[in-house]
Design a protein around this ligand. Structure first.
Ligand SMILES: Nc1ncnc2c1ncn2[C@@H]1O[C@H](COP(=O)(O)OP(=O)(O)OP(=O)(O)O)[C@@H](O)[C@H]1O
Length: 924
């Protein structure tokens, strides 16, 4: 066994000290960005000079760390953005491993080197220490390749440590000295050749009580447990995991294929490709659906080991800039996303069919895409202007405010400020007994002193006993969407509807979860930054969500704002640019919502997330005999870029649809974003406002507009170009944010990326539920019966005369003229030719079909003549509205109000009453 040797103390203490300094290096280096609080920043800047040499060392250290990290990632299939690297700590482990190998292996014959080894790792872990360099290097490489999975890496680290300690325990009970278990007082050399301190700690309590016969099973249980922790395996899934491991190592056996079809249908990625379980948690932080791919499993593990991350997320925005330089408006608890196993959006059954018994015909199995859907890399987005903690202008403003207080004899002082990208908030403290109004009254004097008419006073700053004076920066900073999405808060939020909003006044990132809003009203004057926000929002979703997770309906009556997104696979219909069709699309959304609710009700779920989770877990069973294959529903995001345009065309319908969607859609995973540059009461009606609880106000021209959006003044004081007040549901004090900016080139790159991944699959089935209902055109109104008679008369007689209609149908001249107009608008008769009878365009054999069409019956297909005529009519709006594309597939033809096409006045054509061609025939 081990022989005692002289203790080489010096090398050991040197090594320890070295370790300590190195540990500090990388930790400091990987701390994200500067703290947000101004005082902290000032403190930082004071200490900057003295730590210059330290930062040079850190830079050198990080240079080598990144070089090794790059080597570790060279063969990895996953490419990583520069900003996502976390090489500092893993490099430290790597260095330890190399040093351990040098001392423990290469220089083992040198007494001094051997001594160093014994006094460090040897004394701690015993004989296992000889294997530790390999373990450390492999773990370091793993960490370099998987930096974002902090939660998983922590778990694996704990499991690995327990594993090593358990093995040390084995060594400790089997490598005895003089037949006895080694004790610490036997010295380091003896410990090093047994199980070390850790081996002693874990084994001796058992050895002394239950002898070696009891200790070995206990140590085996620890070892086994550590493997379960490392591999994230709940005890009830061990056999399944072993089978998966066998599959991964040796491929799928034919016998298994037959048995485990169901399991194969729970894929990890969008396209259904399977990923070994130990990598499933990988996407937990950045891809919602990955995190819950095996929900039952995760729950079991979370129950065992806790899940601090999920349980600590809050419902309402939390401002924690001092700690993380980020403001989270994120909540993923209630609407925790689920895994969508199938690639495609699958239509629910028709509304009138009992959802549980719906036929599979309405839910066609979409073709499975073989290629995995890859989200765009964050590196595609450029960084913004580096934030400044302060500038000379800030000191100047502090002096100006202080002199105003002095001049007016107000006992108050500026005690600090926090500089945001657009404005700086100066914090003013009042002397005891001084009224808050003493400062608020001075608003215009302060404006005058700082030469800015956009001074906003907060009395008090929410959460602080201080008055805030917000004054625009003369040197604004651009907040890039890339920086916002790369922030820690964004990385931690797994929800696919999490979007980057921008930065707050303290320089913290503001991230929001659309699912929690659950609907958003965005308003602001023209040029204030509304469209830029809508772009950032949609791009955030393209960056973070796969089409199977989020689908979108984009309504862009202005035709240019959202055109860039045409063809992205998240769309369920081409971008809608026609206001009338947009109103109809909203009605379709209401139907989709109703169908989702039918499903929720019939399967007994309250929220679509619960339903989806249950579908993924295979817990939802369709009734006996039903062929329906259940699929999870993606979130549906409906974006209206100019609400005013819709409200002009069909105010009642649009308002009805919006109100219905906003009242109910939350639980069905449907979320609405309404943007307008006309925040007046006729556009943002009381009903709409009452049901859209989250608001984002950009600069507006009047205080009235501000009240319409936020129910309070403030937005009129904003300075435009993305400066906004954000009031998510549940907050009464809006927070000031600078919206994230996205350059057109970046947007184009992202759109190109997602378009390359997948073709859009526009909904083809939407006609089905609507077509089942008779849809009489609005312009026919109550005249359907008489119009049918008129059509029958004219088509069967092949004689298009208004007089004939007057006589045969016993209607007045005006009514007969209107009927003729209606028939002309449907291309049943030709245009008026003075006193001559009109041409009849439809043959008698097509009469039944034409009557069915007029009745709005489902399935009524047009005759070739009518179809050709209809095509000409349809070509008119399509030609002027190319982006509407295939929207006819989306809204059934029967639903289109053709009165806008006819241009008829409703009172007959140019028939002048003396048209009497009918009389000429001599018929009665
Ligand atoms: N977040 C931002 N950061 C920096 N500049 C911005 C930001 N948002 C908007 N801007 C600037 O303001 C200009 C107008 O923005 P945007 O087109 O979004 O306004 P809008 O409110 O949509 O106007 P409109 O209603 O006329 O379309 C942009 O061209 C850009 O220069």
């Amino acid at each position: 066994m081990a022989t005692r040797k002289p203790t080489p103390r010096k090398p050991a203490s040197r090594a320890t000290a070295g370790s300590r300094t190195r540990t500090n290096g990388p930790r400091g280096a990987i701390t994200p960005k500067a703290p947000a609080s101004p005082r902290a920043r000032q403190a930082n800047s004071r200490s900057t000079g003295s730590s210059e040499s330290g930062s040079a060392l850190t830079a050198i250290y990080m240079f080598f760390a990144h070089a090794v990290g790059a080597g570790a990632r060279a063969l990895s299939p996953d490419k990583m953005a520069k900003e996502d690297r976390r090489d500092g700590l893993p490099f430290f482990l790597f260095l330890l491993g190399i040093i351990g190998a040098i001392f423990g292996w290469v220089l083992i014959k040198q007494d001094w080197a051997h001594g160093v080894h014994v006094w460090t790792m040897g004394a701690l872990f015993g004989r296992v220490s000889f294997a530790l360099p390999v373990v450390m290097i492999i773990f370091a490489i793993y960490l370099m390749r998987h930096p974002s999975t902090i939660r998983d890496n922590g778990r694996i680290g704990i499991g690995l440590f327990l594993f090593i300690v358990s093995i040390s325990g084995f060594f400790h009970v089997f490598f005895l000295q003089d037949g006895k278990v080694v004790q610490p007082y036997d010295g380091e050399w003896t410990l090093a050749y047994s199980g070390g301190i850790f081996g002693w700690l874990i084994s001796v309590p058992f050895y002394n009580t239950i002898t070696i016969w009891g200790t070995v099973p206990v140590l085996a249980a620890f070892t086994f447990g550590s493997l379960l922790i490392m591999t994230k395996t709940a005890p009830n899934r061990i056999t399944e995991r072993l089978r998966e491991l066998a599959t991964y190592l040796f491929g799928e056996s034919k016998r298994r294929e037959a048995v485990e079809v169901v399991e194969d249908e729970i894929p990890d990625a969008f396209d259904g490709t399977k990923v070994p379980w130990w990598r499933r948690g990988k996407g937990a932080e950045d891809s919602a659906f990955d995190s819950a791919i095996v929900p039952a499993d995760d729950d079991a593990l979370d129950g065992l080991f806790g899940d601090a991350l999920q349980s600590t997320q809050l419902d309402i925005p939390s401002v924690d800039t001092a700690n993380q330089n980020s403001t989270a408006v994120v909540d993923t608890t209630a609407t925790a996303p689920i895994t969508i196993p199938a690639a495609e959006f699958v239509a629910p059954p028709a509304a009138q069919v009992s959802p549980a018994a719906a036929a599979p015909a309405s839910t066609p199995a979409a073709p499975r895409v073989n290629r995995p859907y890859v989200l765009p890399p964050l590196a595609i987005l450029a960084p913004g202007t580096p934030p400044k903690a302060k500038s000379a202008a800030n000191d100047q403003v502090v002096t100006s405010i202080t002199s105003v207080f002095k001049e007016f004899g107000v006992e108050a002082a500026v005690v600090g400020f926090s500089r945001g990208p657009t404005v700086t908030r100066y914090e003013v403290e009042l002397a005891p007994g001084v009224k808050v109004e003493a400062v608020t009254r001075l608003a215009s004097n302060i404006s005058y002193a700082v030469a800015s008419n956009e001074v906003r006073i907060l009395a008090p700053i929410p959460g602080k006993s201080l008055i805030g004076i917000e004054i625009p920066n003369t040197d604004r900073e651009t907040v890039s969407l890339g920086d916002v999405l790369r922030s820690d808060v964004a990385a931690k939020s797994a929800h696919p509807l999490t979007i980057g909003i921008g930065k707050d006044v303290e320089g913290g990132y503001v991230i929001a979860n659309l699912a929690k809003m659950p609907h958003l009203l965005v308003a602001g004057a023209t040029g204030a930054g509304k469209s830029s926000f809508v772009n950032s929002m949609i791009t955030s979703i393209l960056m973070r969500a796969k089409p199977a997770e989020v689908r979108m309906v984009l309504i862009d009556p202005k035709r240019v704002e959202l055109a860039a997104y045409q063809g992205v696979p998240h769309l369920i219909t081409p971008i809608i640019t026609n206001a009338k069709k947009a109103a109809e699309a909203l009605q379709w959304v209401v139907k989709e919502m109703d169908m989702r609710y039918d499903d929720l009700a019939s399967f007994g779920f309250k929220h679509i997330d619960d339903f989806n989770r249950a579908v993924v877990a295979g817990e939802v069973k369709v009734p006996e005999g039903s062929q329906r294959k259940l699929q999870p529903y993606p979130y549906l995001l409906v974006v209206v870029d100019e609400l005013a345009d819709l409200m002009i065309v069909a105010p009642r319908d649009v308002e009805d649809s919006i109100v219905r969607i906003t009242q109910l859609a939350r639980a069905s995973g449907i979320h609405l974003v309404l943007a307008t540059q006309r925040p007046s009461v006729d556009v943002v009606t009381g009903l709409i406002k009452a049901n859209v609880p989250s608001r984002l106000a950009f600069s507006v021209t009047s205080v009235t507009d501000s009240r319409v959006i936020l129910d309070q003044p403030g937005a009129e004081k904003l300075i435009g170009q993305g400066d906004a007040l954000f009031s998510p549901m549940g907050t009464n004090k809006p927070m000031r944010v600078q919206g994230a900016w996205l350059a057109e080139a970046e947007l184009q790159r992202i759109v190109d990326h997602v378009k390359q991944q997948m073709e859009p699959e526009y909904r083809q089935d939407v006609d089905a539920p609507v077509a089942a209902k008779n849809m009489v055109d609005a312009d026919i109104g109550d005249d359907l019966d008489v119009l049918l008679q008129a059509a029958e008369l004219i088509i069967s007689s092949q004689f298009g005369s208004t007089s004939m209609l007057q006589r045969k149908l016993r209607v007045g001249f005006a009514k007969a003229g209107r009927l003729m107009d209606l028939l002309e608008s449907r291309n049943i008769v030709g245009p008026s030719e003075g006193s001559k009878a009109r041409d009849v365009m439809v043959k008698p054999e097509d009469l039944p079909m034409v009557l069915a069409q007029l009745r709005g019956e489902p399935g009524a297909s047009a005759s070739p003549a009518v179809a050709a005529a209809a095509a000409v009519i349809d070509a008119e709006p399509a030609a002027s509205n190319l982006a509407a594309g295939d929207f006819e597939d989306f809204i059934p033809r029967e639903n289109v109000d053709r009165s806008i096409i006819t241009g008829g006045n409703g009172f007959g054509d140019d028939e002048d009453g003396d048209e009497d061609a009918w009389k000429l025939t001599g018929r009665q």
